[in-house]
Design a protein around this ligand. Structure first.
Ligand code: SAM
Ligand code: TMP
Ligand code: ZN
Length: 421
């Protein structure tokens, strides 16, 4: 039997339904990306056989509007001592997080002996500023290697998965939290019910739970299909987050749209009734209705655009190969796992990908096997074309790599559509 005949239908035609992780309602699948690897499984060549694959498919809950994946990976296979992602890798994001921290210190943490907990503190990119301000804090992150980087800077971290039991322990040991903060982490956690029960137990009566995550509205509007990968188990909208937190005695009181990672929303959640709801929530809900974020037709049209991008990107790379051009990738992102594996892009089309993260260099990209090399290999001998997988850092990278364009190099972008610049 060939693999093709046993594989489930890939693309937008698959017609699965599955139960919602949040409300138990019916989730209608709208896209199946097929067999995909753990997106951060950047492994040395001799360990590549250990890469775990699963079926990456996403659907929309017809009751609570949460967009979520059909299958879940074991959390320890995604986040562990060797998890290679380092949040401090971008100067732009370092600035973003120090501003977040400074704002907390001036506002939510201005009272006596404040306490902040961060879920998914990674290498301490945000907590560094909190720690320097002398504020009591605790970072919780299961990725021991990243947490070690934070601990070496004097930041208090606990290497573990945040969940309800841990939240109760933290409260017993340190008291209630004035702020619970989380960036680019909450959407990664399939067992989010346990997180939210934990948040409700740990938060001070007038405390704020603030989290930032990629926004479904931006993903849909801009065909950012590579934002769908194992770690983005949920794709949040204001509607789905509002409904979700309400199930746990919490209330969404404020939303703020940010430009980070191609479009993010910062959600502010409190214990129910603790604060007045800002008009930003209602305004965002109205905009979501205009965008059709609960309309199956919106997702079907998105799926059509994804397949157009795939066909055009592969055609472009095949043409460049036929012309004997040199093509590399820039940014060994988790997003690139979805692009390369869904489009079938391997070393025949993209010879290597450069990345500034030492932990990723010398490894092979999950699934595609594209080698990861240091940026020096890019600047040392410029290729003719570079696929910008880290498009969310385009401004920073293009400024840093000005020499590439000056030497005749061209960037290949693939979202919102395929273009060469
Ligand atoms: N907050 C950083 C940022 O915004 O760049 C890091 C985001 S990184 C994509 C996600 C982080 O969440 C990883 O460091 C991972 O180990 C952590 N994580 C995953 N599940 C977690 C959990 N249950 N509790 C705490 N951290 C978790
Ligand atoms: P992210 O899109 O998940 O933030 O990952 C960005 C990746 O791109 C990360 O592996 C670091 C890498 N990167 C570079 O190689 N050079 C850069 O200048 C920046 C900003 C990121
Ligand atoms: Zn639901």
């Amino acid at each position: 039997m060939t693999e093709k005949s046993t594989a489930p239908t890939v693309g937008r035609k698959a017609e699965n339904t599955f139960p919602c992780r949040i409300c138990g309602g019916e989730v209608r699948q709208w896209f199946d990306f097929g067999r995909q690897p753990v997106s951060n499984a950047f492994l040395p060549p001799e360990q590549v056989g250990r890469t775990l694959f699963y079926r990456l498919a996403v659907g929309l809950c017809t009751s609570c509007a949460m967009v979520q994946q059909a299958e879940e990976l074991p959390r320890g296979r995604m986040f562990h001592a060797d998890y290679p992602y380092r949040a401090s890798g971008s100067a732009w994001m370092r600035k973003h997080f120090s501003e977040v921290a400074e704002r907390f210190v001036e506002t939510e943490l201005a009272g006596p002996d404040p306490f902040l907990v961060e879920i998914g503190s990674n290498d301490g990119v945000m907590l560094r500023t909190i720690s320097e301000a002398g504020v009591r804090h605790l970072g919780v992150d299961p990725s021991g290697g990243a947490a070690e980087v934070a601990a070496r800077q004097g930041i208090d971290v606990r290497v573990d998965f945040f969940e309800e039991s841990l939240a109760r322990e933290v409260r017993a040991e340190h008291g209630p939290a004035d702020v619970i903060y989380s960036a680019n982490t909450l959407s990664h956690i399939a067992y989010i019910d346990s997180i939210l029960r934990g948040v409700a137990a740990l938060l001070a009566p007038d405390g704020a739970f603030v989290f930032e995550d990629r926004y479904l509205g931006d993903i849909i509007e801009n065909t950012y299909f590579d934002q769908v990968y194992d770690e983005h188990f949920y794709l949040f909208s204001v509607r789905s987050v509002g409904a979700m937190v309400a199930r746990f005695g919490l209330e969404l009181v404020d939303v703020e749209h940010l430009d980070t990672h191609g479009g993010t929303i910062r959600y502010t959640v409190t214990l129910r009734g603790a604060r007045r709801r800002d008009s930003s929530v209602r305004e965002a809900l109205e905009r979501e209705d205009e965008l059709g974020l609960t309309d199956p037709a919106t997702f079907a049209a998105f799926g059509d655009r994804v397949d157009r991008v795939r066909d055009e990107l592969v055609a472009l790379l095949e043409r460049l190969r036929a012309e004997g051009r040199t093509v590399v990738g820039y940014g060994a992102t988790s997003k690139s796992a979805t692009v390369t594996n869904y489009c079938g892009i391997g070393t025949d089309l993209v010879s290597f990908v450069c990345d500034s993260t030492p932990e990723k260099q010398g490894t092979l990209s999950p699934g595609s096997g594209i080698p990861v090399r240091p940026p020096g290999d890019f600047t040392g001998d410029y290729p003719e074309y570079a696929v910008l997988f880290a498009w969310n850092h385009a401004e920073e990278i293009m400024a840093k790599e000005r020499g590439f364009r000056e030497n005749g190099g061209k960037w290949i972008m693939y979202v919102p559509e395929v273009r060469v610049i």
